[in-house]
Design a binder for this molecule. Structure first.
Ligand SMILES: *Cc1c(COP(=O)(O)O)cnc(C)c1O
Length: 356
């Protein structure tokens, strides 16, 4: 640390992203919830044919018109109800920065970035403990005056609140904002987007990183009442008006327009998730009813989660282990391709034989 860093950041612990190995071809990478399938062929086509690479000398369209129109159309909302971010992380950062005068409140087990953003922006925050079955305690969220942040499906548990439960939290205090982070909603949960036309205190945030195979493109979007979108654009244009680069504008727009490919990818992931949940519970793991593109599995009578993580790593399979209270007996395992899921199950079977 240099002597120049503002003291308010000296105790900041950054978010730790999952490992990105260099020899990615040799590794079965089930640690960062990326999609195992490539982006839509329409994305690859749009990027490779349009003289787009030479256009990189030009700034991108700061209004992101084509992308925002395509997103709005796909969700049956108006473009004035949508804005875009450099990954949904950037939009979440804007929300913590702009909308938390009364503090923030979120479950104690959720997306780790929420706490980092609070510390970065000096936002007071309350963590509501998850119940014993890892579900969200919605009662405490209903009564709080602080801005509510909810990952739904939650990470890393995959457990999902119904739209009715989300609506109850929103409706409980119309003067208090609720931000629903639906990074994993496309894999089987019901989206709260339809509630954005009914409630002026709701922001729904989506990402193209998971269900649209565009993690490297860094594209997130927010859907909300027009006034909230204006506020988010105020933040966006005060920070980085060119937050979506030219190639990502093209990739995101082409992806949103190819609904057929999107539907087939998410159906394949849902089917592989069913396979993994059946196999792992058959092998004696406790699993949650995940609706995300990962499963949360652990509490095995014969092997601890940290040992299993290491033994999988020896076999070139990466999964995510969180050394934290209540999570340390579990692994978060991304649903990979059909072959990757089979290889994972085979590896776990052989490891279980080895330890018994
Ligand atoms: C992956 C993830 C994000 C971040 O997505 P990006 O769009 O890649 O920044 C946000 N929230 C949750 C819960 C996530 O799992």
């Amino acid at each position: 640390m240099s002597c120049f860093l503002d003291k308010k950041f000296s105790a900041l612990t950054p978010y730790t992203p999952g490992e990105q190995p260099r020899n990615a071809e040799k590794v079965i990478k089930l640690n960062t919830n990326e999609c195992p399938y490539p982006p839509s062929p329409a994305v690859i086509h749009a990027l490779s044919h349009d003289g787009e690479l030479s256009n990189l000398r030009l700034y991108p369209d700061p209004t992101c018109k084509s992308l925002i129109s395509a997103i709005a159309e796909s969700l049956s909302v108006s473009p004035e109800n949508v804005t875009v971010g450099n990954g949904s992380d950037e939009l979440l950062a804007f929300c913590f920065h702009a909308f938390c005068e009364n503090g923030a409140i979120f479950p104690d087990i959720t997306y780790g970035f929420y706490e980092v953003f609070c510390k970065m922006f000096g936002t007071a925050f309350t963590e509501v403990p998850l119940l014993d079955d890892f579900s969200v305690d919605t009662g405490a969220l209903c009564t709080s005056d602080a801005t509510v942040f909810l990952a739904n499906p939650n990470a890393p548990t995959g457990i999902t609140l119904s739209c009715d439960e989300i609506e109850r939290i929103i409706a409980a205090k119309p003067e208090r904002l609720v931000v629903v982070d639906e990074a994993y909603v496309d894999f089987g949960a019901e989206s709260a987007v339809r509630l954005t036309s009914k409630y002026k205190n709701l922001i729904v945030i989506h990402t193209m990183s998971k269900s649209r195979s565009l993690a490297g493109g860094r594209i997130g979007y927010a859907v909300a009442d027009k006034a909230l979108i204006e506020d988010l654009n105020l933040m966006r244009f005060s920070f980085n008006p060119y937050n979506i680069n030219r190639l990502s504008l093209i990739a995101g727009t082409a992806s949103v327009k190819d609904n057929e490919y999107f539907e087939s990818c998410r159906a394949r992931i849902a089917s592989s998730r069913r396979f993994l949940l059946d196999e792992l519970s058959g092998l004696g793991f406790y699993t949650t009813k995940s609706l995300a593109n990962f499963i949360f599995a652990g509490r095995h009578p014969k092997i601890s989660a940290d040992v299993l993580e290491k033994k999988l790593r020896e076999r070139n399979i990466l999964v995510r282990y969180f050394k934290k209270p209540r999570l340390s007996d579990f692994l978060r395992i991304t649903v990979g391709s059909e072959d990757e899921c089979k290889a994972l199950v085979a590896a776990i079977k052989s490891i279980l034989c080895e330890v018994s």
